[in-house]
Design a protein around this ligand. Structure first.
Ligand SMILES: [Zn+2]
Length: 176
């Protein structure tokens, strides 16, 4: 089977790569075709747009999880909520990238579950969402999480399991 690599445009505003279109699916900055002499003018416009839309431009994404509860003397202290960034937008590709930092205890198989995820914006704010996923059909091992850009490049998909066997979420769109 032959792989065809589609031509992609790099957004002048946020740096996101996407198949040729009218606007960047991440920040909505329009795609302009300009002559060299207008280049600096357009870059200034892109910079201004970026500054004005920092609260909407996605720069990274990851998962939210609770660390295991622990005993402190005779007190059971609930695990704190953690944010694990899986990749920034620049690093993401259409192949799943597996996080090496964190492993999860496996539980259940093929059941419906919810994955809590976040999209981080350029101003540091997080868009938190809950997305359904089936628990991966693997047992006796720990799971990892992975992320990739979806085919249309207007969102990300998450995977849970091991690189050989995993389940995935639907695409989580940047703008929803
Ligand atoms: Zn953009």
């Amino acid at each position: 089977m032959q792989e065809t690599k589609r031509t992609k445009t790099r957004c002048r505003c946020c740096g996101h790569r996407f198949p040729v279109g009218k606007r960047c699916p991440n920040c909505q900055f329009p795609v302009y075709i300009v002559f060299e002499q207008e280049d600096s003018k357009l870059n200034a416009k892109a910079e201004q747009y970026y500054a004005e839309h920092k609260d909407q431009i996605v720069v990274a994404a990851g998962i939210i999880f609770n660390e295991p509860a622990r005993w402190d003397g005779d007190q059971l202290v609930p695990g704190k909520q953690s944010y694990l960034e899986l990749a920034n937008l620049e690093q993401m590709s259409e192949e799943f990238q597996w996080a090496e930092q964190v492993e999860f205890a496996s539980f259940g198989r093929g059941e419906d579950a919810n994955l809590r995820i976040f999209l981080e914006h350029a101003d540091g704010s997080n868009d938190e969402r809950t997305v359904p996923i089936k628990l991966p059909p693997v047992r006796g091992v720990t799971w990892k999480a992975a992320i990739r850009i979806n085919e249309a490049c207007d969102g990300v998909e998450f995977a849970v399991g091991v690189p050989e066997r995993y389940t995935t979420t639907e695409a989580v769109k940047f703008c929803d």
